[in-house]
Design a protein around this ligand. Structure first.
Ligand SMILES: [Mg+2]
Length: 197
């Protein structure tokens, strides 16, 4: 039986193309040859010898600051449709530090200024799964495998894992409520097939 959609999505790696810029940033700053395809670990400090977690964080902040992030193909169209369909404010849930709140809003407002949206920031005491339970979200888009696994283990929410080089190391077929998608059109088609439209 179809149900009403209560939707939310992660931002970086799902809606905004963070990691393409990350690869370029690192190649330029640290004279490495890191390409998008080489990012096979979500924690980039594990991929480049001598790079610390703090340097990765600094790169992340720099990129956000530059406001050069681009939007994922078709995400704008699909999110606009979702927002009308669900008759709700669009919810983004991010692991970005809450102190990046204003900059995050600016990043998103560049592309989604015609939609009402809200951003929740994951923190130590409030994980994404907590927000999902609190707001009864039943469909979430995520690219971090650990986060996706935490959500399916602790909520009844369906998670569509956006395929990325950093989340291919586990076969997710055995996990209930977890499915891999390769683009936003597949997200749209999944909603068509499973929710009241
Ligand atoms: Mg992400």
């Amino acid at each position: 039986m179809s149900k009403d959609l209560v939707f939310a999505t992660d931002i970086d790696g799902c809606v905004l193309k963070m990691n393409d810029l990350f690869a370029d940033y690192f190649s330029e700053k640290y004279k490495t040859c890191l390409r998008y395809e080489d990012i096979t670990d979500y924690n980039i400090e594990n991929l480049i010898e001598g790079i610390t977690k703090d340097e990765v964080r600094e790169a992340f902040y720099d990129i956000i600051d530059q406001q050069t992030l681009e939007v994922e193909d078709q995400s704008k169209e699909v999110l606009s449709w979702v927002s009308e369909l669900s008759k709700r404010v669009l919810i983004f849930i991010t692991s970005r530090n809450p102190k990046l709140g204003v900059k995050t809003y600016d990043n998103l407002n560049k592309f989604f200024n015609d939609m009402d949206f809200v951003v929740f920031h994951e923190q130590k005491e409030t994980r994404k799964s907590d927000y999902i339970n609190k707001y009864g979200i039943n469909l979430f888009i995520e690219d971090n495998l650990d986060t996706a696994l935490d959500i399916v283990a602790n909520t009844n929410c369906k998670v569509l894992l956006r395929d990325r080089p950093w989340n291919r190391h586990i076969n997710i077929k055995s996990f209930k409520n977890l499915e891999r998608v390769f683009n936003w059109i597949q997200v749209r088609d999944f909603i068509y097939a499973n929710y009241n439209c």
